[in-house]
Design a protein around this ligand. Sequence first.
Ligand SMILES: *[C@@H]1O[C@H](CO)[C@@H](O)[C@H](O)[C@H]1NC(C)=O
Ligand SMILES: *[C@@H]1O[C@H](CO)[C@@H](O)[C@H](O)[C@H]1NC(C)=O
Length: 176
Amino acid sequence: MTMTVAMVMLCTMMVHANVKPQKDFNPQKFAGKWYRVGLAYDSPSFVPYRSQIKASVGIVTPLPNGNVNLTMWEATPFGCQSQKYQYERTSVPGQFTYFSTRHNMVKDITVVETNYTDYAVVLKHKVFNREYTQVALYGRALSVRPEVIQKFKAFALSRGLPRESNSYACCCPYSR
Ligand SMILES: *[C@@H]1O[C@H](CO)[C@@H](O)[C@H](O)[C@H]1NC(C)=O
Ligand SMILES: *[C@@H]1O[C@H](CO)[C@@H](O)[C@H](O)[C@H]1NC(C)=O
C-alpha cells in the first residue's frame, strides 16, 4: 500500500510562539497504535535522505505518573528498527519533553491537535543555536482523510514549513 503524505523542509529560523496543545488533552485516549503518515521537517541535512523515509508505526503507552512511553518502528537501510522514547509530562497537558539521544538534546513535543480516533498533529521543537522543528501527522490508520491532510499542511505552513509531498511505503513491522 502506498499513500500520499506531506513532507516539507526549510532551513530558516522559526518562531514558535503561541502553540497551544490540544485542549483537555487525554493521554488515556491517546494510547495505542499510531502510524506516522506525514512529516514536515526543517533540517537541511534531512534532504538527501528524504527518499529513504518510510512510514513509521508507534505504540503510545501512558504511565500512571503522566509520562508517556513511545515505541516507534522505523524502516531503515539496515532493516526495521525499534526505538523507545520516554516523554516527560510538563505542567501543561499535551506538552512533553524528552531527551533525544540521536541529537543529544532535550526537545519539546506538543500534541497540537488530535481527535484520538483518527489523527494527531504533533510538533517537536528545540531552541538551540537555531530552531529545530518537525511537524508530524499521525493516523490511527495508514490513510487519513484529505481534510486532515489539509489541516496538517496548513499547520506546517503556519510554522513556516513550505509544502512538499512524498510517498512513503508502509511500514515495518507491518510491511506490506
Ligand atoms: C517505560 O519505559 C521505561 C524505559 O524504557 C521502562 O523502564 C518502563 O518499564 C516502561 N513502562 C511501561 C509501562 O512500558
Ligand atoms: C475524528 O476525525 C475524523 C475525520 O475528520 C471524523 O470522521 C471522526 O468522526 C472524528 N472523531 C471524533 C471522535 O471526533
